[in-house]
Design a binder for this molecule. Structure first.
Ligand code: GS8
Length: 221
């Protein structure tokens, strides 16, 4: 393990980058962090390692780049698989397919609705808020009585993907004028449980810093 060279290219507010960092921290894999200002000047390293999308996150493992966050999570799970290490995806093919389905659903629905709570106004903003709460309710039902989406003592890819959006909730709630807790209290219990894990809490960006950044962006509107 000591000969492994692991580098992560990230942009600090990114939910896509945060889940990769959480996965590495959960599995206790040492890595070098490199910050990329993706909306400024992209580095040659980013352009060379992700020439198709030119986006973070990129995981560079012993010089070989892996792109697309959920693909990276699966890669990490397959490469660093030992008995004591946490398993992000179940081995059963059906369970695995359900895990991928939920991760994809979260990225399609939560990302899009969440973004529209601050980029839109009026009716479009109300619609975004409604869609965001609706998908959270679906996910709350999916969690059911389990501690984590991965079971009672195992965080899974679904947990990492969904919690990677949590730092953005504060911005969406503040600008949209609503409270996630009011609509999905059980999901917020799950959030608090996730945050008790050091690998998760130390890897997530500061919600106040995100709100500050977004407030700067929307100021001239
Ligand atoms: C999304 C990555 C992404 O959007 C994944 O890795 O899961 N499907 C991909 N990365 C953004 C930063 S986070 O908003 C990015 O790098 N954007 C730069 C650009 O659009 O040029």
């Amino acid at each position: 393990m000591s000969e492994e060279e692991v580098v992560v290219l990230n942009f600090w507010p990114s939910m896509f980058g945060a889940r990769v960092i959480m996965a590495l921290e959960e599995k206790e894999i040492k890595f070098e962090y490199k910050e990329e200002d993706v909306f400024g000047q992209k580095t040659d390293l980013l352009l060379q390692t992700n020439p198709v999308h030119k986006k973070i996150p990129v995981l560079i493992h012993n010089g070989k780049p892996v792109c697309e966050s959920n693909n990276i999570l699966e890669y990490i799970d397959e490469v660093w698989k030992d008995d004591k290490s946490l398993q992000l995806l179940p081995s059963d093919p059906y369970q695995k397919s359900q895990c991928r389905f939920l991760a994809d659903l979260i990225d399609k629905k939560v990302f899009d609705a969440g973004r529209r709570t601050w980029t839109k106004k009026g009716k479009e903003q109300e619609e975004a808020k409604r869609e965001f709460i609706e998908i959270l309710k679906v996910l709350e039902r999916e969690l059911g009585d389990k501690v984590y989406f991965g079971g009672n003592d195992n965080v899974s890819m679904v947990d990492l993907v969904l919690i990677s959006y949590y730092p953005w909730f504060h911005t969406w709630e503040t600008i949209g004028g609503f409270s996630v807790e009011d609509h999905t209290p059980k999901l917020m219990c799950w959030v608090r449980k996730c945050l008790t894990r050091p690998a998760i809490s130390k890897s997530l960006p500061d919600p106040l810093k995100i709100l500050d950044r977004v407030t700067q962006i929307i100021k001239p509107r």
